[in-house]
Design a protein around this ligand. Structure first.
Ligand code: HXC
Length: 517
């Protein structure tokens, strides 16, 4: 064999070795837990045959605790690039078979390299996490590695989409990389995220809690809002990441991809003409409205189990990607509160950063009153959503279906927050507050002097209803651009979006604003 062939043989052998990560035994252990390996996950994520691996031969350079005798090619993370539906993405997948996927100095360098490449060319970064945290043997070098990654997460924020899939443990400060990215996905029964694990919790607070109850997928989907998506299996999770990317552009200078639309844009939805209950205290399902107006009824919901009083997610309208924000009258009457405001605010900011027009469907009775909310800082949280809408320069189309009262009217993408097209259904009630409350505030004293205070207040309530419980006061002042027939909503929104395709609007030059955090 020639020298050159000898060297090529060595290369092939090294590659084979690298592809085995921590070795067959560790791979078997990973499979026995029902988990795929880093390479298997990448293969599922990317278009077949598109993966180009980088830094396969990287090794750690730690000599503490006998580490100089333990080396695995690639050092615990698989990195590179490939395509999803033909579009370039950068990817890193932590390899649990190598030192439990723990983050070393060199592993961090590999991750930072793909992040830097993604920034240079303007393509999304997807991180598949499965790691025991900082590599304990490396001490501060591993911590510095996290710092390097976090800094890049921050600088990339709003420039390229960043997505984190959690496919195993993600604990300690390591959780901050996913938290800094745009979207996080967790797998039920497989992923967990927490700053301090159950043992530390028990020592410090005495609380007994399992990993699942402390930081499992269900907890973060419904209670903390840390994760945007959950999936029943790793495979489903990866499919979900692929789908998510279909709605978003490669970077902040590009538009989201258009998809072919075979759903007629002028499709009339008669059901919408009859969806608002006569009783103003009755709910109805906002999902039916969203499904009726978007292309083929397909809605890709984000954070569906968290703060269900507001609905957020992506859809296409005439093939164009849109971000939908909608109050849900079927859940806490669609009231705004701290959690729903935070949830929607972050989504609005994502859409604005990545040129995705916003379609807002309003039926909101106000902000949730009470000490629980006030002590929790609902003033600041509500202000986040207000700020996000007011700052957003993407096309903003708003449809008020029914209630739109007081502060929540302003917050939900009203005209004065630079709303571009603000429509209302004839059932809209745009007012400072509900009629009953208004009558009580204005006439409580007078009512006491009446023979029949109840009848007196009812009369005043009716007066207020006649005056304000309609869209025409707002339309008269030009705050509503048109009152539309509900069944025609899809067509009117699409026409508005077409009109706004070349919209240009700016914010004053500044280093950055100071959103009320
Ligand atoms: C080095 C680690 C490691 C780590 C796991 N391993 N975590 N090696 N540094 N952080 C190794 C194990 O020694 C083991 O090696 C192999 O990975 C697989 O781990 P197991 O424990 O056998 O797996 P499992 O039973 O599934 O348990 C997984 C685990 C557990 C829950 C993640 O390993 C664990 O608790 N690890 C420590 C977690 C932790 O405290 N990390 C530091 C957090 S502080 P062998 O050779 O036996 O196969 C932190 C700070 C970050 O991360 C701050 C950023 C700002």
């Amino acid at each position: 064999m020639s020298n050159q062939l000898e060297k090529i043989k060595e290369l092939v052998e090294l590659r084979t070795q690298a592809r085995l990560g921590g070795g067959q035994k560790a791979i078997d252990k990973q499979h026995a837990k029902g988990k795929a390996t880093a390479r298997e996950r990448i293969a599922m994520l990317l278009d077949e045959g598109s993966f180009e691996e980088m830094d396969m031969f990287v090794k750690h350079r730690c000599t503490n605790f006998g580490q100089d005798k333990k080396h695995f090619l690639g050092d615990g993370v698989v990195t590179g690039y490939g395509t999803i539906d033909g579009r370039l993405v950068y990817v890193f997948a932590q390899d649990f078979t190598v030192f439990g996927g723990s983050l070393s100095e060199m592993m961090s360098k590999k991750i930072c390299k793909v992040m830097d490449m993604a920034m240079k060319v303007g393509a999304p970064v997807i991180g598949l996490n499965d790691s025991g945290g900082a590599r304990i043997q490396e001490g501060i070098a591993a911590l510095a590695g996290y710092g390097e990654i976090f800094e890049r997460n921050i600088l990339a924020s709003g420039v390229i989409p960043q997505i984190s899939g959690i496919f195993g443990p993600c604990a300690g400060g390591a959780v901050y990389s996913p938290a800094l990215t745009d979207f996080t996905l967790m797998v039920e029964g497989m992923s967990y995220m927490f700053l301090t694990g159950p043992k530390v919790v028990k020592t410090v607070t005495g609380e007994d809690v399992s990993s699942e109850d402390l930081g499992g997928a269900r907890v973060h989907a419904s209670k903390s809002g840390v994760t945007h998506f959950t999936a029943p299996t790793g495979k489903d999770g990866i499919a979900l990441i692929r789908k998510l990317l279909s709605f978003i552009p490669q970077n902040n200078l590009e538009e989201p991809p258009m998809v072919p639309c075979n759903d007629p844009i002028d499709r009339l939805e008669d059901t919408l003409n009859d969806i608002i209950p006569d009783d103003p205290n009755k709910g109805y399902d906002m999902y039916s409205v969203i499904g009726a107006i978007v292309d083929n009824g397909e809605f890709f919901e984000v954070q569906k189990d968290y703060a269900k009083n507001i609905i957020i997610g992506f859809a296409h309208m005439n093939g164009q990607s849109v971000g939908v924000v909608a109050n849900q009258p079927n859940w806490m009457a669609g009231v705004l509160d701290s959690n729903s405001s935070r949830k929607a605010a972050r989504f609005v900011r994502f859409c604005d950063a990545f040129n995705i027009p916003l379609v807002t469907l309003v039926d909101v009775p106000g902000f949730l009153p009470g000490t629980g909310q006030e002590y929790n800082g609902v003033i600041l949280h509500g202000a986040k959503l207000l700020y996000a809408y007011g700052e957003a320069t993407v096309p903003k189309v708003t449809v008020t279906l029914r209630k739109s009262y007081g502060g929540s009217h302003i917050v939900m993408s009203c005209k004065q927050l630079r709303g571009d097209m603000n429509y209302a259904w004839p059932s809209a009630q745009i007012a400072v507050m509900g009629a009953e409350g208004a009558a009580e505030v204005l006439y409580a004293r007078e009512a006491k002097e009446q023979e029949d205070p109840k009848a007196f207040l009812a009369e005043k309530e009716k007066e207020y209803t006649d005056l304000f419980a309609n869209p025409y006061q707002a339309a008269q002042l030009g705050y509503i651009d048109d009152v539309i027939e509900p069944r025609n909503t899809r067509f009117r929104v699409i026409r508005a979006l077409q009109q706004l395709a070349t919209k240009k609007e700016t914010v004053p030059d500044k280093k950055h604003g100071n959103i009320p955090l």
